[in-house]
Design a protein around this ligand. Structure first.
Ligand code: PHE
Length: 351
């Protein structure tokens, strides 16, 4: 068979195979076709080989014919390739729709409540039974609410007690370092009597085993006529016993916060050693929980309350620290790493 005849034959065969590939409408059929003609052992490749061995006289005419067939086949296959892409899309579109009403047979794992959320829910419940309402406030705030109105003026050293994240480019704006900013927002918007708690996220530039740059606090405050230190002591003692157990002792220690006077910190007896001293309480017998005190007259002045008529107390503490203690967690950072296994240890429902 001459080269001319051979190329005619291959062209004919290709027409048939080409139509078959279109009929199949599958990307794999295009690839099979390409290999059958243009692959290393393909029909056209063999023909090119023959051409190379052809005699000098035959070569010009045969070369022309072979090249025409080659161009024809290459062009047809290129076109098929772009058709193949739309076949793929059509296959996706035409796939049987998912029946979302079918029952699920495989095992599904169910999420659980984050330990901090669990703790917050329990704490809120306790304060609700004591007649507190829950309010919210901004996490990004002006330094007026986070500091100045809380009797912490510009350049006051107490601003250094809390390593503050300031907002770049925004004059005097920051991520609140304490939920105490909610005292100011609430008092400016409402009149006494107030009996409020405010759970929320706070931010300080600090990170180690017992500090994270974001953590959770609950602020509480009560303002009315004739509110005394004894009201505060009773409230704090009640909630500590509700959380840690009624048999543990609680205590107040004198302390300083610019927005209260007198100020104190409150501790609960270490539940692990019952006050004898152990690793958990660093041999002190006590676990520090938070700060509190009688609201400073300067704070009342800043929000426009008459400090000769009203008095009140405020307290604040970290939810995460309490969760750490109640769930016996060695490292505070575990609470924020989103480790699925760790989080799976907590219940699915709160009660
Ligand atoms: N805001 C204080 C802190 O973050 C805690 C506190 C709140 C102290 C209310 C006294 C009264 O450390």
């Amino acid at each position: 068979m001459s080269l001319l005849e051979k190329s005619e034959l291959i062209k004919k065969e290709f027409e048939t195979d080409h139509l078959a590939a279109i009929d199949a409408a599958k990307p794999e059929a295009v690839e099979t076709l390409r290999l059958a003609y243009l692959g290393r052992k393909g029909k056209l490749t063999a023909l090119m080989e023959d051409l190379r061995n052809a005699s000098k006289e035959d070569r010009p005419a045969a070369g022309k014919a072979v090249n025409l067939v080659r161009h024809h086949i290459e062009a047809a296959i290129d076109e098929l390739k772009s058709m193949a892409r739309s076949w793929e899309l059509a296959a996706i579109v035409n796939r049987a729709p998912i029946d979302i009403t079918l029952p699920v047979t495989e095992d599904r794992s169910v999420g659980s409540i984050h330990p901090v959320s669990l703790m917050r829910q329990q704490l809120i419940k306790i304060f609700r039974t004591l007649g507190f309402t829950v309010v919210d406030g901004p996490e990004i705030d002006f330094d007026f609410f986070n500091f100045s109105a809380l009797n912490i003026p510009d350049n006051h050293p107490a601003r250094d007690m809390q390593d503050t994240f300031y907002i770049d480019g925004a004059e005097k704006m920051l991520l609140r370092t304490q939920t105490s900013n909610i005292q100011i927002h609430t008092m400016m918007n409402e009149k006494p009597p107030l009996r409020v708690i405010a759970p929320g996220r706070v931010f300080r530039c600090d990170s180690d085993m017992t500090h994270t740059p974001m953590f959770h606090q609950i602020e509480g405050f009560v303002v009315d006529e004739n509110i005394t230190f004894a009201h505060m002591k009773g409230t704090i003692d009640t909630f500590l016993k509700a959380i840690f157990g009624s048999t543990l002792k609680t205590r107040l220690r004198p302390s300083f916060f610019p927005f209260v006077e007198p100020g104190a910190e409150f501790d609960v007896e270490c539940g692990v050693c019952k006050g004898k001293g152990c690793r958990t309480c660093k041999d002190t017998g006590w676990i520090e929980i938070g700060g509190c005190g009688m609201i400073h007259p300067n704070v009342f002045e800043a929000v426009g309350y008459d400090s000769s008529r009203y008095s009140g107390f405020a307290f604040g503490f970290g939810i995460d620290r309490i969760a750490m203690n109640r769930f016996a967690l060695p490292d505070l950072r575990q609470l924020f790493e989103g480790d699925y296994e760790f989080l799976g240890n907590f219940p699915i429902h709160s009660n």
